[in-house]
Design a protein around this ligand. Sequence first.
Ligand code: HMG
Ligand code: MG
Length: 321
Amino acid sequence: MIDGLPMGVPAAGLPRRVRIHEVGARDGLQNEKAIVPVEVKAEFVRRLAAAGLTTIEATSFVHPKWVPQLADAEQLMPLLAGLGDAPETGGAGLRLPVLVPNEHGLDRALALGVREIAVFGSATESFAKANLNRTVDEALAMFAPVVAKAADAGVRVRGYLSMCFGDPWEGPVPIGRVADVSRRLLDLGCDELSLGDTIGVATPGHVTALLTALNEAGVPTERIGVHFHDTYGQALANTLAALQHGVTTVDASAGGLGGCPYAKSATGNLATEDLVWMLHGLGIDTGVDLGQLTDTSVWMADQLGRPSPSRTVRALSHKES
Ligand code: HMG
Ligand code: MG
């Protein structure tokens, strides 16, 4: 280790670069008991951008009663306007996707000039009902006009799929069912899929088996991102399995913030710092400054009044103090 950085020792068969889809401001903060002031959220996103993250999921345009923590989406997006603008016009060219469940949410997002959205489906009926008050089929029917209208407006669409590995109500989720709903999300017109291990129960062999099944169902690896929660400490091992399969988009949450308000057994997402430590150790480029990112998570932990659960944040911040 040199100055808080891992020694870079590449391993065969891995991508040279990984795009981190940062979800701390959305998946992380949606699960905090405290409502974080909108200025603090904006500062969080600015600091994440300054640390080199290029895709930062900002918020959700869902019903404010369902997720009160993100009810300030209308106030937040204007505060981030400059960051999303193209570099030619003086902006940072940042990708700032937002979650949108239905046409109402899309209209709210479009009114604020959002250029990238994510719809969020479920592989299981129980979570579709708990999270969207819909069956799986009804949720896909709700997304269809959203994806079509977004495409007409030139807005990029990510399709999240939750409970891809296990579900707190239904137990293990059959791989064939996940492949089927994934295919249907892509057929709606989603540009990219993100496979969610919402409650963190996946293990590496399961990841490889699911990715292989998706390929067989006609979903190319280039269009797949992975979204691991770290409940059982498996998120990095699962990420490595996905990288070995050729995945180059990995979701993570600064400082390991997160969980899901509608799945009680979900704990934090894979911490971005833990991910960056592993990727840089493997010689994989992310564009992220690990020191600056760690400082950001320490700052955010202070705002929330509790320490970050990320091992890397703890190790690096103890080293400094
Ligand atoms: P519903 O109660 O069925 O809504 O909820 P509805 O369609 O019957 O409409 C009821 C009222 O809500 C109406 O108002 C609508 O206008 C209003 P009224 O006429 O009664 O005055 N409404 C809205 N208001 C603001 N924004 C909207 C909106 N839509 C309807 N977009 C609904 C359905 C989808 C709205 C609700 O279930 C909801 O908001 N769910 C969001 C849940 C959520 O955000 N969960 C967390 C994100 S998913 C996640 O974290 C997993 C992920 O990280 C991946 C992983 O880890 O697996 C992505
Ligand atoms: Mg999540």
